[in-house]
Design a protein around this ligand. Sequence first.
Ligand SMILES: NC(=O)c1ccc[n+]([C@@H]2O[C@H](COP(=O)([O-])OP(=O)(O)OC[C@H]3O[C@@H](n4cnc5c(N)ncnc54)[C@H](OP(=O)(O)O)[C@@H]3O)[C@@H](O)[C@H]2O)c1
Length: 248
Amino acid sequence: MARILIVGASSGIGRTLGLHAAARGDTVAFAARRRELVDAAAAEAGGGAIGLVCDVRDEASCTAVVADTVAAFGGLDAIVYATAIDVLVRIGDASAATWTDTFATNVFGAGLVTAAALPHLKESKGRAVYVSASSVDRPLPGMGVYASSKAALETMVRAWQSEHPDLCFATVRVGSALGTGVTDSWDRDLLMELSAGWGPKGYVHDNGPGGPMTVDQAASAILAVLDSPVWLREVTAVSDPGRDNYQL
Ligand SMILES: NC(=O)c1ccc[n+]([C@@H]2O[C@H](COP(=O)([O-])OP(=O)(O)OC[C@H]3O[C@@H](n4cnc5c(N)ncnc54)[C@H](OP(=O)(O)O)[C@@H]3O)[C@@H](O)[C@H]2O)c1
């Protein structure tokens, strides 16, 4: 059974992934900024799971979250970087602070956590998995800053793979998974304005491939990448129209 650190695990896909992993016997560290939520996730997961407070915008915090996981579990078999913020903003309106915070959270933190985890993953011949977005190649209007950060994240993951070919660095592009916290910050009026064009222009679908999926389905796709006997390095997870997907 694997020892897994999930960064961005206080809510949404990361939290659900941790619960799935713990349910089949993995030992999970749930990390994010909100202590009460990571502690609650760990308590729900059981099986030796722990909650760790981490702000990925802070280098020392990225180092500490890995060190604390290794100290608790005696090693590390996988990291999953599910952390992200998604500020809804027209790209021309994005402030320097929005650009900086988005890239610090979605990209730089991933690099810092990976650097701290690398010696432990080398020891266990482990895997590192990063959650990207299926919209990365065709950014939805209002999500250009976010999509830019995901493109940078994906290239960064390839750079890790190229410098460390002995380990698996995987990206999972996830389609729309409703019911997570990633949209909590969105301005509702701006959302109404922008989203009016998303359906007609084919950016979102109510059903069919590319339609919304459940958080459980998104988590299952990531678990499959962690479990596969072969390396699945660049995967896109979209909804299956034949399944019971999220109902709008
Ligand atoms: N939901 C979707 O439709 C969708 C689609 C494509 C891709 N994704 C990707 O899926 C991943 C998970 O997102 P989600 O939808 O599950 O959203 P979510 O519920 O908001 O999860 C994001 C996680 O990131 C953590 N986080 C944010 N800033 C952080 C920071 N500075 N330091 C440490 N942790 C931080 C949050 O916890 P705290 O606030 O407690 O720190 C939370 O646990 C993200 O990479 C997202 O881009 C989601």
